[in-house]
Design a protein around this ligand. Structure first.
Ligand SMILES: C[S@@+](CC[C@H](N)C(=O)[O-])C[C@H]1O[C@@H](n2cnc3c(N)ncnc32)[C@H](O)[C@@H]1O
Length: 259
């Protein structure tokens, strides 16, 4: 993690990102004006934030394998659930933005790389229809075990939790996903390798979401490389994460948007 890099791009984003005015693409305007600005408090938000609160106060110690640069600030393999909940999970605003995007996109299949304790999985699950399939991958078995408990407590039957390395688990997957959310190893090479594999698992109108795109220079390079990929013609930069889409537009577009 590079604090200076993050701060520089955060400031740049604050100065240049648009809310809704100044967005000329009707689709992007709609996302910004109606989808993400939706101020309604969905009932499930309260339940999911109560779960976050519970996890942040869970002092159980678990042994965790560290995968790449995915976890932010820990040196020891032993961590409390509370530490993980406070440092590794997407904050409330971002999690709820993911929910709203998924609600808009109405995916039949979702793939998440990086389950952690399962909070974003549950946000995505809540936005999708009851018959949607959600597949999520987590490398650390002890973390996956807690995610499993959380999925059970929400009575979710349609979440498939795969425990193992992304690179291995991705090889088992077939078919097409409508949303793929990559929130794991934050180094350049692994991110590019997951992106390449995931590209082939994305449905024609599917959305690829990359988390923490300004977390480090490597992540920003990965994001820039992904935005140049011919598979996509629309890039939405929300600072905390970026969304890549292919639609009917002729020109490639890049939008910096505020959440
Ligand atoms: C940032 S956390 C995910 C947070 C979660 N999406 C949320 O916000 O609720 C990333 C997770 O990905 C896992 N991970 C990172 N690299 C991995 C890899 N190569 N294979 C499997 N799991 C990996 C880590 O163990 C960690 O639990």
């Amino acid at each position: 993690m590079d604090r200076f890099h993050e701060a520089y791009y955060y400031l740049k984003h604050l100065l240049t990102a648009k809310k809704r005015h100044g967005v000329h693409s009707p689709f992007v305007y709609h996302l910004s004006d109606q989808v993400l600005s939706e101020s309604r408090q969905f009932g499930v938000f309260e339940k999911l934030e109560a779960l976050r609160n519970k996890l942040e106060n869970d002092e159980r110690i678990i042994k965790v394998e560290d995968y790449g640069a995915g976890s932010r600030v820990h040196n020891s393999p032993h961590r409390s659930v509370s530490q993980i909940a406070k440092t590794a999970l997407a904050p409330k605003k971002q999690s709820q933005a993911l929910f709203k995007l998924a609600l808009e996109q109405q995916p039949k299949r979702i793939l998440e790389l990086g389950t952690s304790l399962g909070l974003t999985t549950l946000y995505l699950h809540a936005a999708a229809s009851q018959n949607a399939e959600i597949t999520t991958i987590e490398g650390a078995p002890a973390i996956a075990q807690i995610a499993k408990e959380n999925f059970l407590s929400f009575g979710t039957a349609n979440i498939q939790l795969l425990v193992g390395k992304f690179e291995d688990q991705l090889l088992q997957l077939t078919g097409e996903f409508d949303i793929i959310y990559i929130d794991g190893d934050h180094r350049f090479e692994p991110t590019m390798s997951y992106f390449e594999k995931c590209k082939h698992l994305l449905s024609p109108n599917g959305w690829m979401i990359l988390d923490d795109i300004y977390w480090s220079k490597e992540m920003t390079s990965a994001w820039r490389t992904c935005t140049a990929d011919a598979r996509f013609n629309l890039a939405l930069d929300f600072y905390h994460f970026g969304v890549l889409i292919r639609d009917q537009r002729k020109e490639r577009e890049y939008h910096r948007l505020r959440l």
